[in-house]
Design a protein around this ligand. Structure first.
Ligand SMILES: Nc1ncnc2c1ncn2[C@@H]1O[C@H](COP(=O)(O)OP(=O)(O)O)[C@@H](O)[C@H]1O
Ligand SMILES: [Mg+2]
Length: 224
């Protein structure tokens, strides 16, 4: 554990229930700046629900989520989408790229919605190099392999220099080699940019390289 820990996420008495069934019961935990956290639990245990709540996509039924001391769910829709675009990068198992945009155009999407608006050529080159897609930049998603699509999605997730990256089973659809590349890019972000990375995974090898594990079982959340 790091010295001078900065609390970047605080979850307070948070529950989520749907039709009377508790998916998450009274969760209380904190995540600190620069940590790489694994969220683990059986299929259907609520991992994706938890990520959605932490990233402002799904409101909790009770309790609060604070990001850098700001109450996420006290924001109006407009404030929340601005906050999410500037602070969060989100990576999904199935990439969620826009099929009608090229690799580099997909990467630029969050910039269009930021105050910055455009990337210059040097910035484009740098991000493409980081995810090793320089020669694929004008390809459309359907012309890219799974690993290349996921690296495009990672580039898109990090282009605004988010303070937190949420990754929901980012290696779930990839072979071992591509999975390792994805994890190594994320790990480098943690060490070089002090980014906080929260990664849902079934893979114990990935969970074991994280700083901490958060486990969901029968709606309860505990640390391992
Ligand atoms: N919109 C919804 N309506 C009803 N049940 C839902 C909804 N979203 C998720 N659930 C249920 O919540 C539980 C947790 O789902 P999820 O967070 O996707 O789990 P995991 O990601 O761990 O596989 C599951 O039992 C799922 O069926
Ligand atoms: Mg899930």
């Amino acid at each position: 554990m790091k010295n001078n820990k900065i609390e970047i996420i605080k979850v307070e008495n948070m529950s989520k229930h749907i039709n009377g069934n508790y998916i998450i019961k009274n969760a209380n935990f904190s995540i600190y700046k620069g940590e790489m956290i694994a969220i683990i639990g059986k299929s259907g245990s609520g991992k994706s629900t938890l990520i959605s709540i932490l990233s402002g996509l799904d409101k909790p039924s009770e309790g609060n989520v604070f990001i850098e001391n700001e109450n996420l769910y006290e924001k109006n829709e407009n404030e929340l989408s601005k906050f999410r675009n500037s602070k969060f990068g989100i990576i999904f198992q199935n990439y969620n790229l826009l099929n009608e945009l090229t690799c580099i155009e997909n990467i630029e999407v969050p910039i269009i919605f930021s105050d910055k608006k455009i990337l210059d050529n040097e910035e484009k080159e740098k991000i493409l190099k980081l995810v090793d897609l320089t020669d694929k930049k004008d390809f459309y998603p359907k012309q890219l392999s799974g690993g290349e699509q996921q690296r495009t999605a990672i580039a898109r997730a990090i282009i605004n220099k988010p303070s937190i990256i949420f990754a929901d089973e980012p290696t779930g659809a990839l072979d071992i080699n591509n999975g390792e590349r994805v994890i190594s890019i994320l790990k480098n972000l943690v060490s070089e940019m002090n980014t906080t990375v929260i990664i849902v995974t079934h893979d114990l090898d990935i969970a074991n390289i994280c700083d901490r594990k958060i486990v969901i079982k029968d709606g309860e959340i505990y640390e391992d």
